[in-house]
Design a binder for this molecule. Structure first.
Ligand SMILES: Cc1cc2nc3c(=O)[nH]c(=O)nc-3n(C[C@H](O)[C@H](O)[C@H](O)COP(=O)(O)OP(=O)(O)OC[C@H]3O[C@@H](n4cnc5c(N)ncnc54)[C@H](O)[C@@H]3O)c2cc1C
Length: 308
């Protein structure tokens, strides 16, 4: 119930503006968000790379309502790509289509996305397209299928909680796609998403099996297993051992500030780990989704608020 309430609040930016006035909130946000500027994020990305971790960077923002905001997001990603290349970072952008203007019409979004993809291709950098709420699933996957033949360095995301995902994954396997598998972070109705966490976890395991199946690998599928769940990490590692999979077919992905103690352990076991680093002024929706994932975060947040 708490998760549903927090996810409902995550779509109310006015509450974020209120929270911004409380210094304790800003300090807590820093646990999950690298800072407000591209330079803040680039500093964190450099430090992660220095510790043998690859990374992804997200400029926070979604559902922009004005073309100039979509243009600003696009320019920020272009700047990040230039800096990633200049600093020789092992980092990729991970972006949201509604940040690049999907709500303003597909043409706006495709123009902006193509600018980012062209710059990334010239620099030899992969671009991950995040998956947003189910309102956008069809459009995001259709756009991905359209762009992928022209831009082989573009990657997409599927959410294990959606009942439709196994069918989507079959289509992505046919494309030989680069895929991030996550559990899913939005509030969705039970008709389309599993409400019970155990069902989501079971679905995630079935999808691990499918994405590591010989025919998927033969088609060139590469998967980022995006989870902080020990059981999912262990299951992937078991499959890799049992199937004697060569390296270069998958990676683990984790969010900045969540279970960082796992990074070193996975790297020491010879496993590739990518840490996704978000930054930007528009941290509210992202922050609330992280609170919703773990009741302990809310307690921690409230305790600090009370002390402020
Ligand atoms: C790299 C990356 C990219 C993502 N991209 C997307 C996307 O494009 N679309 C989308 O819908 N979702 C995305 N997500 C979020 C994802 O869907 C889940 O909401 C989130 O990862 C929590 O699920 P979990 O797999 O870690 O498992 P859970 O079962 O939720 O958590 C497993 C364990 O991880 C720890 N943990 C998990 N979350 C937190 C937290 N917030 N704070 C502290 N500890 C925590 C806890 O110890 C918990 O017991 C992404 C996640 C990652 C890691």
């Amino acid at each position: 119930m708490m998760r549903a309430a927090l996810l409902a609040l995550s779509t109310r930016p006015a509450i974020g503006r209120l929270m911004e006035r409380v210094p304790a909130t800003r300090a807590l946000v820093r646990r999950f968000v690298a800072g407000t500027t591209a330079d803040d994020a680039l500093g964190v990305l450099e430090r992660l790379n220095g510790r043998g971790l690859s990374s992804a960077v997200t400029y926070l923002g979604e559902n922009v309502a004005a073309p100039r905001d979509a243009e600003h997001a696009t320019q920020t990603y272009l700047h990040l790509l230039d800096e990633i290349k200049r600093r020789n970072l092992n980092t990729v952008p991970s972006l949201k289509l509604t940040h690049l203007g999907l709500d303003l019409g597909e043409r706006v979004c495709v123009t902006n996305l193509t600018a980012v993809l062209d710059r990334a291709r010239a620099a030899g950098i992969r671009v991950w397209i995040d998956m947003e709420s189910s309102v956008y699933t069809d459009r995001t996957l259709a756009l991905y299928a359209r762009l992928r033949p022209v831009h082989p360095h573009v990657a997409c995301v599927v959410q294990a909680y959606l009942r439709r995902t196994p069918a989507d994954v079959e289509r992505l396997i046919d494309l030989g796609a680069t895929i991030r598998l996550c559990k899913g972070a939005y509030r969705e109705p039970p008709a389309i998403a599993y409400p019970d966490k155990r069902d989501v976890d079971r679905a995630y395991v079935r999808l691990i099996d499918r994405l590591l199946a010989p025919d998927a690998l033969a088609r060139g599928v590469y998967t980022g297993f995006a989870t902080h769940d020990d059981r999912m990490h262990a299951y992937v590692q078991k499959q890799v051992r049992e199937r004697r999979l060569a390296g270069g077919r998958f990676e683990f992905q984790m969010l900045y500030g969540i279970r960082p103690e796992l990074h070193g352990k996975l790297v020491a076991a010879g496993l590739p780990v990518r840490v996704l680093v978000p930054f930007g002024e528009d941290w509210y929706g992202y922050f609330m989704r992280r609170l919703a994932e773990r009741p302990a975060n809310v307690l921690f947040f409230l305790k600090n608020l009370a002390r402020a």
